[in-house]
Design a protein around this ligand. Structure first.
Ligand code: PSV
Ligand code: MN
Length: 424
């Protein structure tokens, strides 16, 4: 299905009057409105190729129909999202789920939709049908050198696919760890993992980055070999300047102060970027901003402050990706909501009065500091985001237009009710 410019124009026209009223109201209080709008226009969030179909739990999966059946259809789906919101101009691929059959055709298709290739992800957390050795007891940490070699070779193959596509980074997330005390020698597991990562690092092209993603638990429940930001930071520091720590919001233990983690990683120039999602209990992979939007705002507040302090480009200097799973919602609707939540948090962070905040901090005025942050957080910035979208050719209300045009019904007509997307 292709979304026409005319459909978007008609939608925007029908909402023009209401939008103008709402936009003018908020715009009045925004300092340097033009710059804020430009930053919102520039900001792009990569869509994970594995989140375009229904997820599931170990108890079941309830597909909604019209899921993309191959990489081409995944790119087409992201094209739909991008046409609607103009903020989803990138895809993050997972190998071997998304190995392109024809590189040139894949690149052309993505370019047609205005989509770039963000980080490529390796997968040593599952055994593939044609794989000779099993990852049951780990991959890069495995006691058996042959298994480590296989996992290293896989990561190097992923880099090659990424190079062909124009990606510039590899994300390594390891399921490695242990389920029971005594199962693993922590120090040796760390050293073996480090050695394996060093071989992969050595295969990175000069302008590439390696993102080391951490996770507190699951699938291993006693220890994870890259279990928290400290461990990831250790690997990244020992590997060298091209290695960074990737923060997946769902990969922390409850109540972790993620914004502080982000601030310090940024200070050390070791923050790779994000896998955005939300959670109440663990790695729930829920819609971004659906549970704790204030935390998301606080994270963006640290990001904007820290990136500005280092003279970084908000849009391009870190990797912005979603990592979610959709069990009860239409995946495309969920992704539209997620991107919107990210843009809201980012826009609110751009509105923080940094001078007032600094003055409050320097004077130990705790009340004022909270007031400054919450004044920005409680501003309804949605009309600003809608305006940025409109200026880039997107829809004022992407989700509303998605429903008006019955996009999912169209996809079901094209692809059928019982289609299955690769991924989790
Ligand atoms: C693991 O939970 C994770 O967050 C990693 O990023 C994986 O690559 C992704 O989910 C998909 O399984
Ligand atoms: Mn992740």
């Amino acid at each position: 299905m292709k979304l026409t410019k005319q459909a978007i124009a008609e939608h925007n026209e029908s909402l023009a009057k209401t939008h103008k009223k709402q936009f003018d109201y908020v715009a009045e209080s925004v300092h340097d409105l033009k710059a804020v709008l430009q930053k919102l226009v520039d900001f792009q969030v990569a869509i994970p190729s594995w989140a375009l179909g229904s997820g599931g739990t170990r108890f079941g999966r309830f597909p909604g129909g019209g899921e993309p059946r191959n990489l081409e259809e995944k790119i087409e789906d992201i094209g739909l999202l991008h046409a609607l919101n103009q903020s989803s101009g990138a895809v993050s691929l997972h190998i071997p789920w998304d190995i392109p059959k024809d590189i040139n055709a894949t690149r052309t298709l993505a370019a047609m939709h205005g989509i770039k290739f963000d980080a490529v992800n390796s997968n040593t957390f599952q055994d593939q049908p044609d794989q000779s050795l099993s990852y049951k007891f780990g991959s890069l940490q495995h006691v058996d050198k042959a298994i480590r070699r296989q996992a290293i070779a896989h990561n190097i193959e992923v880099i090659k696919h990424g190079v062909d596509l124009g990606s510039k980074s590899l994300t390594v997330w390891l399921a490695d760890g242990s389920c029971f005390p005594g199962q693993l020698n922590f120090r040796k597991a760390f050293q073996r993992t480090l050695e394996s990562l060093q071989e992969i690092y050595a295969a990175l092209p000069g302008d590439w980055k390696m993102f080391v993603e951490y996770k507190a638990f699951e699938p291993n429940f006693y220890s994870m070999t890259v279990g928290d930001w400290g461990q990831s930071y250790l690997y990244a520091s020992k590997l060298g300047p091209k290695a960074y720590t990737l923060v997946d919001l769902g990969h922390h233990l409850p109540n972790a102060n993620i914004e502080q983690i982000v601030s310090l990683l940024l200070m050390e120039d070791k923050l790779a970027g994000f896998h955005f999602n939300d959670s109440k209990y663990g790695d729930d992979d829920l819609t971004v901003g659906s549970i704790n939007p204030y935390q998301l705002f606080l994270i963006f507040n640290e990001l904007v402050e820290g990136m500005d302090a280092r003279g970084m480009n908000h849009a391009t200097d870190l990797g912005w990706m979603i990592d979610a799973s959709h069990n009860v919602k239409d995946p495309l609707e969920d992704l539209l909501q997620s991107v919107e939540a990210i843009m809201i948090a980012y826009a609110q962070a751009l509105l923080v009065n940094t001078k007032e905040l600094k003055a409050a901090q320097d004077a130990n005025d705790v009340v004022k500091a909270q007031e400054v942050l919450q004044t920005a957080y409680r501003t309804d910035v949605r009309p600003l985001i809608a305006e940025a979208r409109k200026q880039s050719g997107g829809a004022l209300l992407p989700l509303q237009l998605f429903r008006t045009l019955k996009v999912r019904d169209e996809l079901i007509k094209e692809r059928g009710k019982k289609t299955v997307a690769t991924g989790l």
